[in-house]
Design a binder for this molecule. Structure first.
Ligand code: HEC
Length: 221
């Protein structure tokens, strides 16, 4: 019986660790990213920001416009009209097919594909990075970054930061990071939903197994 209980706890432990959330870690000036994959409004705003401000230089080639439209409840017609600048096929990957050699020449370093960025770095890293551009006259774009020293990327959200003020900017960047977290693992919400069913199933299964176990050993003791 104890063993059975231990087994159940062991099965549950990854879910418990995940629910507790990991801390910011050793990122300088770390801010915890407000990730909420169930907040459709935030994800939709993040998608809009990502497509208007980031896809001029970065691809997101592991995500398709159609999938994004479905997952985030955005009308595919709106996606086609306002979000697709480089293709007319909604089934296409979000990949403007940049010439990375040219990009490397223009910027010093090529802007990497961002599909998996929040998994490579972490959502907190991306959020903190976007909040930490600062003026630096010695750099080619006049900006530097406290998280990514001497970064080759300009502060592309500088105008937005000025327009929205610190709080509004944090919120916008939060939505953007939320979207990028969704993008790195579009199946996550679905998997979590399934996970809950699996846990419920295990919990229910526990009852007959426990009773059977008791019945089985009844005469032995
Ligand atoms: C004008 C081109 C340009 C735009 C627009 C742009 N970036 Fe970048 N980005 C770059 C370049 C170039 C790098 C590579 C920096 C380096 O390696 O020094 C980069 C790097 C990054 C990195 C770090 C990647 C790593 O090494 O882990 C992140 C994160 C990032 N960009 C996010 C964004 C987001 C989010 C947006 C939209 C708000 C955006 N970028 C818009 C040019 C751009």
């Amino acid at each position: 019986m104890k063993k059975l209980f231990m087994m159940l706890m062991l099965m549950l432990s990854p879910a418990l660790v995940q629910a507790a959330g990991v801390t910011c870690g050793d990122i300088p000036h770390c801010h915890k990213a407000p990730v909420d994959l169930h907040n459709k409004e935030s994800l939709q705003n993040g998608a809009k920001l990502f497509i208007s401000y980031c896809m001029g230089c970065h691809s997101a080639k592991y995500l398709r416009y159609e999938r994004m439209a479905q997952d985030l409840d955005i009308d595919p017609k709106l996606v086609a009209e306002y979000m697709m600048f480089t293709t007319d096929k909604v089934g296409d990957a979000m990949d403007p097919k940049f010439n990375q050699k040219d990009q490397a020449k223009w910027f010093g370093n090529a802007p990497p594909d961002l599909s998996l960025e929040t998994r490579l770095r972490s959502p907190d890293w991306v959020y903190t990075y976007l909040l930490n551009f600062y003026p630096d006259a010695k750099r080619p774009w006049g900006v530097n970054n406290r998280v990514f020293k001497d970064v080759a990327m300009p502060h592309v959200l500088g105008d937005l930061e000025e327009e929205l003020g610190p709080e509004g900017y944090e919120e916008a960047v939060g939505d953007l990071t939320n979207f990028m977290t969704y993008m790195a693992e579009p199946i996550r919400t679905e998997r979590e939903r399934l996970g809950i069913f699996v846990l419920l199933f295990l919990a229910l299964l526990f009852v007959p197994v426990y009773l059977l176990n008791k019945e089985y050993w009844k005469d032995v003791k």
